[in-house]
Design a protein around this ligand. Structure first.
Ligand code: CUA
Length: 155
């Protein structure tokens, strides 16, 4: 069987790309410790009303310059709809969903995650500029998806 020169070159290039990508994946997982969320952050979506911290959504201070903003997404709103946090502090958004998959994007920031029923999502951000930031659901979650918004107020 004769393999054309170009065909052979493409096969070698394809295999090389695969090897490089697998090596990058292994490096990220082993050396950098980047992992998918584990079972440590699971929550029963049917029992949010009686499960801390989701039984009391809202902002609480967790340190001298750190805050936790607990958020529950449900069709089609965020609870609480307005999150007030101070500037120049570490704000950790702790979120989950009570029903279906929702998006959680804070405008003009890199906070862009999913609220997943059964999983706890954590993302930390430090706001430097005071103002109002639009909070949007960016995952289609049903008829009222386009109305699902809130805001983050930085003081
Ligand atoms: Cu919630 Cu789209």
């Amino acid at each position: 069987m004769k393999v054309h020169t170009y065909e052979k070159a493409f096969l070698v290039a394809g295999a090389a790309v695969l090897i490089v990508c697998m090596a990058a994946l292994a490096y990220a997982a082993v050396a950098l410790g980047i992992q998918l969320p584990g079972r440590v952050a699971e929550v029963d979506p049917r029992r949010l009303a009686t499960t801390a911290p989701f039984d009391h959504p809202g902002v609480r201070q967790t340190g001298p310059a750190s805050y936790a903003a607990v958020v529950v997404g449900r069709v089609w709103s965020f609870d609480p709809p307005t999150i007030v946090v101070p500037r120049d502090a570490d704000v950790t958004f702790v979120g989950t969903s009570a029903d279906v998959l929702h998006g959680f994007h804070v405008g003009d920031t890199r906070v862009n995650v999913m609220l997943i029923p059964g999983q706890v999502t954590r993302v930390t951000h430090r706001f430097h500029e005071p103002g109002e930031y639009l909070l949007l659901c960016h995952e289609y979650c049903g008829l009222g998806h386009h109305t699902m918004a809130g805001k983050v107020v930085v003081r």
